[in-house]
Write a protein that binds this ligand. Structure first.
Ligand code: ASP
Length: 301
């Protein structure tokens, strides 16, 4: 059994971006699934899927990351091993194309779980990770987004139609040995403060994973997701309420909306390999390959 699901962000994605988003998530999911059926681990598959999306400027991660108020790209990422609960994350890193791979190195090559800013960049250098010119990560689209909104302000109860980009990426996979992994990578939100870190690199908020229950990756308004620790809430809901994986995603998003007026999306693979997703925003780009090998991809509810 091998299965994978990926997302490319949840918000009111405008029509002209639909085909780029769908084709990006489709390629990411099918490449990761191909790796899984050739015996790669769930961790490898999540890294493969997310690197693909980080390299695609249609998404807010790696190349194309959202710009902070000073017009800079600061990236956050996390990867979690569902077998050991080990994780690695990085936050507010600059000049790195694939923060998901750096997060994996934090998990596998340090005694820590998270490195931020300057320290993460020093570590990247030690690991021989190429540092790119900061300008290389800036896309025309992210410049336009910053021009549209020069100071970030969350508008409570207005987020269903929010067209401000929330196109963080994420992936969850189960491999042929039944091991699971989850990961999330983002440039955050446009016009964020310098040094702002959202939900994405926080374990239990932007992603969660445990072989016994399942794995999740989230997208949407980061401060809201962090307040309700959305990723772990989905797993707890599944475990404690005995509902379906999809219902666990929906109930958790509903809780976030009622409790903190936050909107977003979640993808999930349950421990039995069942794939699920839900979003409270207008759209979410997603693609999956389930345990029977069926490929699916969508963006509308
Ligand atoms: N959750 C991300 C953040 O707030 C944004 C997104 O999902 O696109 O940093």
């Amino acid at each position: 059994m091998a299965a994978v699901i990926v997302h490319g962000g949840a918000y009111a994605i405008p029509d002209h971006l639909v085909s780029a988003k769908k084709s990006g998530v489709h390629t990411a999911a099918t490449s990761a699934h191909k790796a899984l059926i050739h015996g790669k681990t769930a961790i490898d598959a999540v890294e493969i899927a997310i690197r693909h999306l980080e390299d695609d400027p249609a998404f807010n991660a790696g190349h194309g990351g959202a710009l902070n108020v000073q017009g800079e790209v600061e990236l956050d990422a996390i990867i979690i091993d569902g077998k050991t609960l080990e994780f690695g994350s990085v936050a507010a890193v600059e000049n790195i194309s694939n923060p998901i791979s750096l997060a994996r190195m934090v998990m596998e090559k340090t005694d820590h779980v998270m490195l931020v800013g300057k320290g993460a960049n020093i570590f990247a250098k030690e690991m021989g990770v190429a540092q790119v010119d900061a300008k290389e990560l800036i896309s025309d689209f992210s410049k336009e987004e910053l021009a549209r909104q020069s100071v970030y302000k969350h508008v409570v109860n207005d987020s269903f139609d929010n067209q401000l980009e929330h196109d963080t990426v994420g992936a969850v996979a189960i491999d042929i040995h039944g091991n699971m992994a989850a990961g999330t990578s983002t440039g955050g939100i446009t016009a964020k403060r310098v040094g702002r870190v959202g939900d994405s690199p926080l374990v239990g908020s932007g992603a969660s994973c445990d072989n016994e229950i399942g794995g999740t990756s989230c997208t949407g308004h980061g401060e809201s997701i962090a307040k309700v620790t959305l990723a772990s809430r989905v797993l707890t809901t599944l475990q404690k309420e005995g509902c379906s994986p999809e219902e666990a995603c929906k109930r958790s998003l509903e809780y976030m909306k009622t409790k903190v007026s936050g909107f977003g999306g979640v993808i999930m693979v349950a421990a039995d390999g069942t794939i699920a997703k839900a979003f409270s925003t207008k759209r979410m780009a997603w693609a999956s390959v389930d345990k029977t090998g069926t490929v699916q991809c969508g963006i509308d509810p």
